[in-house]
Design a protein around this ligand. Structure first.
Ligand code: FES
Ligand code: FES
Length: 483
């Protein structure tokens, strides 16, 4: 039986502001997660080193990590320098994740004028980078001459607190899996939903055989694609809402579904079957998923099999029970439609519920409560977000605009007028979200064509099918704005 201890992490990439980012880190720590990790992209995430430094400064025990650095455009000596500094200022909390490049990171390479080489070349480059990076982090002076890097008497300061700094490598194909098995302390398996148990077991075997005695010390990690019926928005966008829902209900390996007990059973099975002991979830999903699974387990005292007891013990004594606080109430100042509103509110209340249940601003609608329909769209500092997917306390001090805030007295917003003129609704339930989204769309400049409008309004569902008139209303206002 596997005795690997369970670990839980959250992948965070973006924030509405610096304060929002710090609050996110604090919240992840307060929920009892072990790690907060960040991807490395030019466009879709904050820059990992400064953002993780800020997250570390806002927390005390939360481990921080890159998930994963794009090796192609980062020189290993500079990575060692940045990583050592981050480990130093975080008091030894860094887990350094690095990879050979996701298939869709070719765009980033292009922006930097770098080729996106074949997989084998990128893996070779990563192997050379690790041969430089690891001894540098261990305090050695490095001379290296390879195909991709030449380094002469390189040395860095400060020394990291940890020795060694844990290295995470994201790997899918055998060549990279073998490199990871030789070099990594944590291996992230990039598992697609279509992958069978046999295929995943095959990959674990590659790691096991290559790592030899080290295998027992390696953490095997996966990034969950759905938890408790919820799917991160980026997966919904890439797969479509229907396919994402099917995924959430499927038996795919990177999916946890059912009751908290069933989810915990599934975690125990993943560990038993594939040695997977470390799971991360997108920051949209962390609260209802893992946390509630752990909480439910903690409330029970007996009646589980050996592996489940082990799962329970890890979750409670090693992970959750020592850090998970009782629900707390916080006084939060929200700036809604230009007016400051002060609320004493449970920190777990969503922005949507705060608006509707506490402030009685019921114009913002609750459709799915899962980030799928867009009925709850509001503007936060001018950006549209789903209010059901975010917590009210995370938006202290930010300017929140709801449908009630668009009109100036009796004067409707031009988008409201256009929806009426173009008959762009039937039952009207989705309409506040549609209008708020449309207002943001105008500012984003995505009104070049009907197709573009449809694409950028695709997060707002209308069960009455008023889409043609919604597009016409938006085009009408867009045209008016250019007159
Ligand atoms: S209620 Fe928020 S997206 Fe549906
Ligand atoms: S008008 Fe009825 S849901 Fe859109």
């Amino acid at each position: 039986m596997s005795t690997r201890k369970f670990r839980f992490g959250v992948v965070a990439a973006q924030a509405g502001s610096g304060e929002d980012w710090l609050n996110k880190a604090r919240r992840i720590e307060s929920l009892g997660f072990d790690t907060m990790v960040m991807p490395d992209t030019l466009q879709y995430s904050l820059a990992p080193f400064p953002a993780l430094a800020a997250a570390a400064a806002a927390t005390r025990t939360l481990r921080i990590g890159t998930y994963v650095l794009a090796n192609d455009y980062r020189h290993p000596v500079m990575v060692a320098k940045e990583a050592a500094t981050l480990d130093f200022i975080s008091g030894g909390r860094l887990e350094l994740g690095i990879g050979a490049g996701r298939p869709n990171s070719a765009t980033d390479n292009t922006m930097l004028g770098l080729p996106f080489d074949s997989g084998s070349i990128r893996v070779d480059r990563l192997a050379e980078a690790l041969a430089i990076l690891k001894p540098l982090l261990a305090g050695q002076t490095v001379d290296f001459s390879g195909t991709h890097y030449t380094v002469s008497k390189a040395a860095i300061a400060p020394a990291p607190v940890q020795n060694p700094v844990p290295i995470l490598i994201a790997a899918g194909q055998p060549r990279l899996l073998k490199l990871a098995a030789r070099e990594a302390d944590i291996i992230t398996l990039a598992i697609q939903p279509e992958e069978t148990e046999a295929e995943v077991a095959e990959r674990i075997d590659v790691i096991r055989q290559t790592a030899g005695d080290r295998f027992a010390q390696i953490n095997i990690n996966i990034n969950l694609m759905a938890v408790g019926g919820q799917v991160p928005r980026h997966i919904q966008m890439s797969r479509g809402a229907e396919a994402a829902q099917q995924l959430a209900q499927s038996d795919a390996i990177p999916v946890l579904k059912g009751t908290p007990d069933q989810m915990c059973d599934r975690l125990a099975w993943l560990r038993e079957k594939f040695a997977i002991n470390y799971v991360v979830v997108g920051d949209e999903l962390e609260a209802p998923g893992i946390d509630s699974a752990a909480g439910s387990r903690r409330a029970r005292s007996s009646g589980y099999g050996t592996s489940i007891s082990s799962c329970e013990a890890d979750m409670t004594t090693a992970h959750i029970s020592t850090t998970h606080p009782a629900p707390t109430t916080a006084r939060t100042r929200l700036r809604i439609n230009g007016v400051d509103r002060s609320l004493a509110i449970d920190v777990r209340v969503t922005l949507l519920d705060a608006l509707r249940e506490y402030l009685h601003l019921t114009g913002t609608k609750k459709g799915c409560d899962h980030g799928e329909c867009g009925a709850c769209t509001v503007l936060v500092d001018g950006r549209r977000i789903n209010a059901c997917l975010t917590l009210a306390v995370m938006h202290a001090g930010q300017a929140i605009t709801t449908i009630e805030g668009l009109a100036q007295g009796d004067q409707l917003h031009p988008m409201q007028e256009a929806f009426i003129q173009q008959d762009a609704f039937q039952c009207g339930y989705c309409t506040p979200g549609q209008i708020i989204s449309a207002v943001a769309l105008l500012n984003e400049g995505h009104t070049g064509s009907a197709d573009e409008i449809r694409e950028w309004m695709s997060g707002n569902i209308c069960r009455c099918g008023a889409y043609p008139n919604i597009v016409e209303a938006i085009q009408y206002v867009a045209a008016d704005a250019t007159r």
